[in-house]
Design a protein around this ligand. Structure first.
Ligand code: ZN
Length: 224
């Protein structure tokens, strides 16, 4: 399956149909200078397919400037090691997930449960604050601490090419035709307060009317 354009400058480049069957969805943000920020990196088992997908977009994997992890689970952060080892890519994550990625804890990364090895990797920026801003060329990213799925889960709001795209990690999980919202109650407001056109999660994405859809999901979901 080819790479999917979510919005110009935002692409779905990895996932079960794209890179490896145990990879959850992960995404590339591409700036006006063809620099790349990855939001998550898959399990690592799909690394060579990820490189191929970047090249399919006409991009060099050497231009991946950062990987921002939405959380520390192996199915979204297992690819960090391969990027870091091959291209020296700096990794960004929020505490305490950043520490779990650095230590490769087999339980808290779900490596044991999913039976995928987690190779620990240094984290270049370990965020502690509730919100952190990163700018690269014409892309502006805001990283919000949003615990629930894990203690160090984040939401990333990207302003790219005139579009606002939310990256929600595993904070909302499709579950038998319904949705599980894994966000602590006092942080659910974030999903409602932020403004975005499209939303990219680890298990689904919304190209249009994302904010309205998320509002409906939040109103109809039970609090976990
Ligand atoms: Zn997860």
């Amino acid at each position: 399956m080819p790479v999917i354009t979510i919005r110009p400058g935002t692409y779905l480049i990895g996932g079960p149909e794209l890179t490896f069957y145990l990879d959850l969805y992960f995404y590339a943000i591409v700036t006006n200078k063809d620099n790349i920020i990855l939001i998550d990196s898959g399990s690592g088992k799909g690394f060579t397919n990820t490189i191929r997908n970047l090249m399919e977009l006409g991009l060099s994997p050497l231009k991946v400037r950062y990987i921002i992890n939405t959380h520390c689970h192996v199915d979204v952060a297992g690819g960090d090691y391969y990027f870091h080892n091959t291209f020296g890519t700096p990794i960004i994550a929020h505490e305490p997930d950043s520490l779990i990625i650095q230590h490769g804890d087999p339980k808290r990364t779900l490596a044991e449960e999913l039976n995928i090895p987690f190779n620990p990797v240094p984290v270049y920026i370990s965020i502690r604050r509730p919100v952190e801003k990163i700018t690269l060329d014409d892309a502006e990213l805001f990283i919000y601490h949003c615990p629930g799925h894990t203690e160090g889960s984040v939401l990333v709001l990207a302003l790219i090419n005139g579009f606002k795209v939310l990256f929600g990690g595993d904070s909302i999980i499709p579950d038998n035709g319904r949705f599980k919202v894994e966000v602590l109650e006092d942080k659910r407001k974030l999903l409602l307060d932020l403004d975005y056109h499209a939303a990219c999660f680890n298990r689904f994405y919304l190209r249009d009317n994302a904010k309205e859809t998320i509002e409906t999901i939040l109103l109809s979901s039970r609090i976990e």
